[in-house]
Design a binder for this molecule. Structure first.
Ligand code: NAI
Length: 262
């Protein structure tokens, strides 16, 4: 018998970062669970590949090419995605704010523009998505779920991770704060903080550098391997679904058990 708590039939989801990696895997899985998925990303080609994948899988997907650091673009796309349709569907049930970039620079070499760029995408892009999603859910009385993407870097720090880690720490704070504010409306807000996942973000151009990094991460991970995007997508699905109906303000850490001693 299917586990109905994971059934998203009739729900509408909005996924940022859907053109690649964890965002793509999440969009595909949410659609497979039955949701209509609105896919947002600045990579138009990757976005269409994702919506094609969902359609080939008999799912429903709509592309929204946009830059998450532009509040107007994001707000308009969420408004379009949640507009009621003729068949009675519409609204917004799930927001998965996943888009992000990596940036690495030592603290002593970090420039204002590095910090501003990373914060504008990795924090403000998530903030805008959360604000608009929560407003939309409150206005329609939807007891929805918002999932943000943090990182294990928040727990460990790490060389070069100042800008990235500060932005992800801000995402954690946003998640916990918003959860307390929208909980009375029945809206849940949780973060996923993955360990090292094999995606274009973590893929080096140099094969030897790639092998070195993966072997280091593997040695630090009790499960003895790096993660795959689909494993994070399942964490997103869990938090988005009714299976997590009493879970809010939490940070879920699918990381193979890693605890990094730098
Ligand atoms: P990825 O590089 O495969 O995917 C990131 C997506 O975000 C891309 O499609 C990119 O076009 C999109 N994006 C970036 N800036 C954007 C902008 N301004 N507007 C719209 N779209 C934009 O990376 P991955 O690994 O799938 O990362 C997804 C999220 O997971 C990120 O927030 C990342 O920080 C987080 N994460 C990843 C980990 C990993 O090991 N891969 C570990 C922990 C967190």
């Amino acid at each position: 018998m299917p586990v109905t708590a994971y059934d998203l039939t009739g729900r509408t989801a909005f996924v940022t970062g859907a053109a690649s990696g964890i965002g793509r895997a999440s969009a595909v899985l949410l659609a497979r669970a039955g949701a209509t998925v609105h896919c947002a990303d600045r990579d138009e080609q990757g976005l269409h590949e994702t919506t094609d994948l969902i359609k080939q899988d008999s799912g429903t997907a709509h592309p929204h090419p946009l830059d998450v650091s532009d509040r107007t673009q994001l707000t308009e796309a969420i408004a379009t995605a949640s507009r009621p349709t003729g068949d009675g569907s519409g609204g917004l049930d799930i927001m998965a704010a996943i888009a992000g970039i990596m940036h690495s620079s030592p603290v002593l070499e970090t420039r204002d523009e590095d910090l501003d760029r990373v914060l504008s995408i990795n924090f403000k892009g998530v903030l805008y998505a959360c604000q608009e999603a929560a407003r939309t859910m409150i206005a329609s009385g939807t007891r929805g779920s918002i999932v943000t993407m943090a990182s294990g870097a928040v727990d460990t720090g790490g060389p070069g991770l100042l800008c990235y880690g500060v932005a992800k720490a801000a995402v954690v704070q946003l998640t916990k704060t918003l959860a307390t504010e929208v909980g009375p409306h029945g809206i849940r807000v949780n973060a996923v903080a993955p360990g090292w996942i094999r995606t274009p973000m973590t893929t080096r151009h140099d094969d030897r550098a790639q092998a070195h990094t993966e072997s280091l991460m593997t040695r630090m991970t009790p499960l003895g391997r790096v993660g795959e995007p689909d494993e994070i997508a399942h964490a997103v699905l869990h938090l988005a679904s009714d299976a997590a109906s009493f879970t809010t303000g939490q940070i879920l850490r699918p990381n193979g058990g890693v605890a990094m001693p730098w």
